[in-house]
Design a protein. Structure first.
Length: 397
């Protein structure tokens, strides 16, 4: 186990990493182009997540710079208690130890996840996808340069260049101690990790996010929220399903306007029976589609009878990630937000804000759809466990 580095050293390494990312900006982009050129798959969302350009490097730099400015999440007192016998008891945050993150496609995760883990005193094992190997190895090389600049061990950030069989073997019988695993990717990856892991797993689950247009909705807000929710189809916070209250005034006109705008952006629109009957959109053939996360230029629109029915439908079909109610009725918004079982609930705002940076955390290791030990974006302050410190002078029970 690595000895915890001082907060000064951890911050210095992060700022050095920011400088190295700037220095190697063009090299990273050029190496990433070899990964892009070699990608032969047809998954457009994976290709989108794989790409590194100037703005993506800017985000990487911003991420580690912001992390360096944040307070130390380790050793924070959560609770204190003076025992009748004179013992002083404290509960403080503590590092997990070693965190393994398994992810697909995104080289920026190699910066952000490693940065969050390192700042919170954890060693990180990075298992990226083969499609981003060259980009990831270059970024890890920079992490090692940043660590060595302050006499810190390079094993704080380690890259596991494993194939599927080797990954399975490592999960079932780790060759080093692993305290927490975070699979960040599609449902197949998550199922694979859950099946084979022998230590705690935080699920960074699927999106399949819903927007409910209530009968008292501001329709301009509704259109903006839905369109923005479809602005990045590769994101887990994208909108896939829209439910429109059957009592919405001017419902027919609104639906036609919405469909027209979606089609202008080459988004394939599907509809349930009531929507497809009156509009030129594809009809669904099975209710199972309500469970699907599309990660594509595709959206499904349906009609719903009430807020209560909407809550039940979202709780049945969604991925537990994000959901929105568009309404001017505060009571209906409150009912929706308190009863919908997703990690983030929105009133008159876009699901695209379910993101560590956007919600004030500075960055995220993943977005958890589990309820233990953290739900939603996992930021710096969540990548810790806790520990009891008890000070006595010979007390026995």
């Amino acid at each position: 186990m690595n000895t915890l580095l001082s907060i000064e050293t951890r911050n210095a390494v992060l700022l050095k990493m920011a400088a190295l990312l700037e220095r190697e900006r063009q090299t990273i982009i050029a190496i990433n182009k070899t990964d892009l050129d070699a990608y032969k798959g047809d998954d457009i969302s994976m290709f989108d997540r794989l790409k590194v350009d100037d703005s993506k490097v800017d985000e990487m730099i911003k991420s580690v710079t912001h992390l360096a400015s944040q307070a130390d999440p380790v050793g924070v007192e959560r609770f204190s208690f003076k025992h009748d016998n004179g013992m002083q008891v404290y509960n403080k945050t503590a590092s997990f130890g070693t965190v393994l993150i398994i992810y697909e496609s995104r080289p920026d995760v190699t910066v952000e996840a490693a940065g969050i883990a390192f700042k919170s005193g954890n060693k990180i094992l990075l298992k990226g996808g083969k499609e981003s190997l060259n980009s990831n190895l270059k970024i890890v090389e920079l992490w090692h340069e940043a660590l060595l600049a302050f006499d810190a061990s390079t094993n704080w950030v380690e890259y596991l260049q494993y194939n599927r069989a080797e990954t399975q073997a490592f999960l079932e019988k780790p060759t080093q101690k692993v305290d927490l695993i975070v699979p960040r990717g599609g449902e197949r990856l998550i199922a694979f990790v859950k099946e084979h892991a022998t230590c705690p797993v935080i699920i960074s689950g699927r999106g399949n996010n819903f927007v409910y247009v209530h009968e008292a909705a501001d329709l301009d807000i509704a259109v903006d929220v839905i369109m923005n929710g479809k602005s990045k189809i590769s994101a887990c916070n994208a909108v896939d399903k829209v439910l429109i209250d059957e009592n919405l005034p001017n419902k027919g006109k609104f639906v036609k306007t919405l469909i027209s705008k979606l089609k202008d952006f080459n988004i394939e629109v599907l509809g349930d029976d009531s929507i497809s009957k009156d509009n030129e959109v594809g009809a669904i053939t099975s209710n199972d589609i309500w469970y699907e996360e599309f990660l594509d230029y595709k959206i499904l629109i349906g009609e719903i009878a009430s807020n209560q029915d909407t809550i039940a439908m979202i709780n049945k079909y969604s991925g537990g990630h994000s959901s929105v109610i568009v309404t001017t009725d505060e009571d209906e918004a409150k009912r929706f937000m308190e009863n919908v079982d997703t990690a983030a609930v929105y009133h008159n705002a876009s699901t695209r804000f379910t993101d560590g940076g956007q919600l004030g955390l500075g960055g995220e290791l993943a977005i958890s759809t589990d309820k233990l030990h953290q739900r939603g974006p996992i930021g710096l302050q969540h990548l810790v466990t806790n520990k009891w410190y008890v000070h006595g002078n010979g007390q026995i029970r």
